[in-house]
Design a protein around this ligand. Structure first.
Ligand code: ADP
Ligand code: MG
Length: 158
């Protein structure tokens, strides 16, 4: 599955997509890094989707937006998740200082809001997600950018 599109009627539907991605990763025998780029205007639901993913992966506490910290890490039993929000990134070099390259490992899932701010320093996306306003609701489009991304999306659509 290279492209998927869903209508998201409410916040719960946005969370469910994130939780669905978590379900797919957890049920796959081979652990493989997943890099997701999240595009969409402020308030579209990028953090909400990531919250669904992080909780779905088993994190029980808060999932707050890394607006000021740039990255929020979650250490789980078998996985590490890094949730980036690069909106306030002034200089891509800051990512070098953060040791960005160490974040892209096989036991890591990276969900990245505003990825265009880190062009050249981020791992390639497996899946690019676009969330757009549709009046008060949302439309989400997922696009596979790698074989792994395609496998994950095929399982998600099942
Ligand atoms: P972003 O990270 O893209 O800036 P947030 O996830 O922080 O956006 O905020 C999204 C806002 O929109 C939240 O207030 C959330 O409750 C709401 N929201 C999320 N998904 C939907 C949806 N499908 N329909 C309507 N409102 C939604
Ligand atoms: Mg956000």
């Amino acid at each position: 599955m290279k492209e998927l599109e869903y209508f998201l009627a409410d916040e719960a539907a946005t969370i469910a997509i994130g939780a669905g991605l978590a379900q797919v990763l957890k049920s796959t025998a081979v652990q493989q890094a997943l890099v997701v780029y999240l595009n969409g205007d402020l308030g579209a639901g990028k953090t909400t989707l990531t919250r669904g993913f992080v909780r779905g992966m088993g994190h029980q506490g808060n999932v707050k937006s890394p607006t000021y910290t740039l990255v929020e890490p979650y250490e789980l039993a078998n996985w590490r998740i890094f949730h980036f929000d690069l909106y306030r990134l002034a200089d891509p070099e800051e990512l070098e200082y953060m040791g960005i390259r160490d974040y892209f490992n096989d036991d890591c899932c990276c969900f990245i809001e505003w990825p265009e701010k880190g062009t050249g320093l981020l791992a390639k996306a497996d899946i690019i997600i676009n969330i757009a306003y549709q009046d008060e609701q949302r439309i989400i489009k997922l696009q596979a950018e790698s074989t792994h991304g395609e496998q994950v999306m095929t399982a998600l659509a099942d």
